[in-house]
Write a new protein. Structure first.
Length: 240
């Protein structure tokens, strides 16, 4: 995995690119970090995606400064705003992949917590699949997901930020005819797929890594991506 400068409409930002072995071409995945930013957990996930045959890029959405970026990101999520800086950065990462001759042109977006919420928000913007983990925020799924691509989502039942949100997302997607796989893990809370340092403290706070849930979530995601990122699959979901 290598660090790179990603050209974006609001100025260059740092990103990490992980390349599978072999010659390709490969489908791509944009990986979106949580509130802790680019760290070992998201880098590990990005590398794992490459090991499974995906050209994966993780843009640093806090590259212009966490204090400067986060308030605007929260406003964009609350207002379902797809014209904000973060979405422009995400789409720049997508363009980096689609313009790469080693990419098939099929690209998914995956994200954790804050990044999971932006994965849902950006899922209408030309992606072929979206894989949010416990997306933060209280966005209106009916409004946010009009015209979305297929979604594979993972929640923890013990997550106080997302009580009942998994079943609601599944209902909205199913009613709209969008292919989906939504699962809520009974023994897991928020951040169950992020193996951050300081796990004992995180578990006291009701957070923390759950290896079994994480393994099953990625198994579902890879099966879903294999289906929706194949060369013959049509991009996006139903449009209004």
């Amino acid at each position: 995995m290598s660090s790179m400068q990603l050209d974006a409409p609001d100025g260059p930002i740092e990103a990490y690119l992980a390349t599978p072995s072999g010659d390709g071409p490969w489908p791509g995945v944009v990986v979106l970090h949580d509130m802790l930013g680019i760290g070992s957990a998201v880098q590990k996930s990005t590398r794992m995606l490459a090991d499974h045959g995906y050209l994966a890029i993780a843009p640093d959405l806090f590259a212009r400064g966490r204090v400067r970026c986060v308030p605007g990101m929260i406003r964009d999520l609350m207002g379902n705003n797809r014209d904000g800086v973060a979405v422009r950065d995400i789409l720049a990462a997508r363009a980096q992949l689609t313009n790469d001759p080693r990419c098939t042109g099929k690209v998914a977006v995956a994200g954790f917590c804050l990044g999971g919420a932006f994965a849902l928000l950006a899922a209408t913007e030309g992606f072929d699949a979206a894989a949010p983990f416990y997306p933060a925020g209280r966005g209106n799924y009916e409004e946010m997901l009009r015209g979305t691509c297929p979604v594979v989502a993972s929640y923890g039942r013990r997550d106080p930020q997302n009580i009942g949100r998994g079943p609601k997302l599944e209902r909205v997607l199913t009613a709209a005819g969008v292919p989906n796989d939504v699962k809520t893990y009974a023994a897991s809370g928020h951040s169950f797929a992020d193996d951050h340092p300081g796990q004992p403290l995180l578990k006291v706070m009701g957070l923390g890594y759950n290896a079994d849930a994480t393994s099953d979530a990625w198994r579902r995601i890879f099966a879903f991506f294999d289906n929706h990122l194949s060369p013959g699959d049509q991009p996006g979901g139903p449009k209004e």
